[in-house]
Design a protein around this ligand. Structure first.
Ligand code: GLY
Length: 325
């Protein structure tokens, strides 16, 4: 027998343990049901998790619950960072991005730069269910939505139009040819209590963004990631920055190595700060859930304090995420 180098042996044991975490479904006994858990970012997450719980209780799947939950802020003109009423790009055009990922099939559907359709998460769901593709952008995503009966709508509201006109009229207005901070989103993660998880995310992106800009929200591994063997994660905030850290998959892989959802969220933000100390001031926040329904939520700093909505045991509440710096 070949002698085994101790370091190689330890590496292979560590590697096998990490891989085993993806195969094992820790803590989820066959047939057990600890009840569904829904977790979403920001105050508008509250009506989203309540709707998701209703859909799930009414017999919908976990994917249905996450999609219909996200539809609520998407359709609410008062939420100016998601769907209808979302602030437009610098040319006054609303461009929406969304993605949804099924932890059982390990498959996602995503849309980028969708115009004139107010519920991009439902078009992302179409990409997942009705095509063999994962991501569709712009014109193609728009035509897919029309083919399946989505209504063409003006997404600018009188309020978002006024906001854009005011920005445009200001001779000193800031643009994203340089950087500003004005982003958030709805990020959503859910567990069904039997080991199945889903992640979803929808956004109008940065107000006044450069046309065509896509950030983290609709990208697998960034704004969304779900794996039934481990858990799910999502993100909100400066997606131009977070895309470079593949936030959601990093958090899920950290959970696979044994971290709790809370520790995995904090660890990711600390890693971002370690690679560049200026990131301690970044406007970023993350949420996570494992396949046992344990949750985590963290924001980088108090200037971007994350309130998040949690629905569990028949009750929804608004909570404060941990500030890491
Ligand atoms: N995280 C949303 C965005 O930056 O577009």
């Amino acid at each position: 027998m070949e002698p085994v180098d101790r370091r190689d042996f330890m590496k292979s044991v560590a590697g096998s343990a990490a891989l085993a975490a993806f195969d094992a479904k820790p803590g989820v006994a066959q047939g057990s049901d600890s009840g569904p858990v829904f977790l979403a970012t920001w105050t508008w997450g509250q009506s989203a998790v309540n709707r998701a719980a209703e859909v799930f209780k009414g017999g919908g799947s976990l994917l249905d619950a996450v999609e219909k939950g996200i539809n609520v802020p998407e359709s609410d003109p008062k939420v100016t960072t998601v769907g209808y009423g979302g602030y437009p790009n610098e040319e006054g055009i609303v461009e929406l991005d969304a993605g949804i990922m099924d932890g059982t099939r390990h498959r996602a559907g995503c849309v980028y730069n969708l115009h004139m359709i107010k519920n991009p998460i439902s078009v992302a769901r179409l990409v997942l269910e009705k095509t063999r593709h994962t991501q569709m952008a712009g014109e193609g995503a728009f035509r897919l939505a029309l083919k399946f009966g989505f209504q063409l709508e003006q997404l600018l509201t009188p309020e978002s139009l006024q906001a854009w006109l005011k920005w445009k009229a200001d001779p000193k207005h800031e643009t994203f040819w340089v950087t500003t901070e004005n982003h958030d989103t709805i990020g959503f993660v859910a567990a069904d209590g039997k080991g199945h998880v889903v992640s979803g995310c929808s956004t109008s992106g940065l107000a006044w963004k450069v046309p065509g800009r896509v950030a983290d929200s609709p990208i697998v591994g960034c704004g969304i990631y779900a794996d039934d063997n481990v858990g799910a994660a999502s993100a909100t905030g400066d997606g131009d920055l977070m895309t470079n850290y593949c936030t959601s998959i990093s958090i899920v892989h950290n959970m696979a190595r044994g971290a709790s959802p809370q520790d995995a969220c904090v660890d990711l933000l600390q890693h971002m700060a370690k690679t560049d100390p200026r990131n301690k001031q970044a406007a970023v926040a993350v949420i996570a859930i494992n396949n046992r329904g344990e949750i985590g939520a963290a924001c980088m700093q108090k200037g971007f304090h994350l309130k998040y909505a949690l629905w569990r045991n028949g009750e929804g509440k608004l909570l404060d995420a941990v500030e890491v710096y």
